[in-house]
Design a protein around this ligand. Structure first.
Ligand code: COA
Length: 174
């Protein structure tokens, strides 16, 4: 069943979405702060999607109000004992950046993770240089926990990561 936000719909991935995922990954601006391999081709992407089946990881496609596919998002590192997981997202269509879609995706995912799955902690790593993403996460209630120094090697140099999280009680207080 799709998850509906104020602007976005998060729905199951269809096979025909995967070429778009590849285009986004190979777009230098979209990929600038992602951990994902920018040289991924369609076959690799299909294998990645295939390998996800039967695991705890979830990937969803993001649609705008008019049904246009604009991005994807996912849940990783789900740990039931500690009731926590990490999430990721990418709005791959750059012409809709800064229009609140990313924020709405995160809020929609948090609603599901806290209200439906009753998780206690949701966290993520974001490149310190990714000011747009950090702003979007802060708007959703994420707090910075610390800096992971030189945690990623990207564009020929080491970059810091910021660890951010939100707890269920903080989500309730918003
Ligand atoms: C990061 C991303 C998910 C954000 O989604 P989005 O739909 O563009 O973001 P939103 O419009 O919801 O929010 C962005 C906020 O950052 C602000 N912003 C944009 N550029 C900024 C900058 N350089 N510095 C500070 N804030 C910035 C926007 O003004 C907006 O805040 P506001 O609503 O208070 O004005 C999306 O741009 C994206 O997918 N980028 C490429 C992939 C990526 O980096 N994914 C995240 C990996 S952790």
């Amino acid at each position: 069943m799709p998850l509906r936000g104020e602007k976005v719909t998060l729905r199951a991935v269809e096979w025909g979405d995967l070429p778009h995922f590849v285009d986004w990954l190979n777009d230098p601006e979209v990929n600038a702060h992602l951990m994902s391999n920018p040289l991924a081709g369609l076959e690799e992407q299909e294998q990645w999607y295939h390998d996800l089946q039967g695991t705890d990881e979830r990937v969803l496609s993001v649609e705008a109000e008019d049904g246009r596919l604009i991005g994807n998002c996912g849940i990783i590192k789900l740990e039931w004992e500690d009731r926590r997981c990490s999430l990721w997202l990418a709005i791959g269509e750059k012409d809709v950046w800064d229009r609140g879609y990313g924020t709405d995706v995160v809020r929609t995912m948090l609603r599901y993770l806290f209200d439906e799955m009753d998780l206690n902690r949701v966290y993520l790593n974001v490149a310190e240089a990714n000011a747009r993403a950090i702003r979007a996460y802060e708007k959703c209630g994420f707090r910075k926990e610390g800096v992971m120094r030189k945690a990623r090697f990207k564009n020929g140099r080491y970059e810091n990561d910021v660890l951010m999280s939100i707890l269920q009680e903080e989500w309730r207080d918003l």
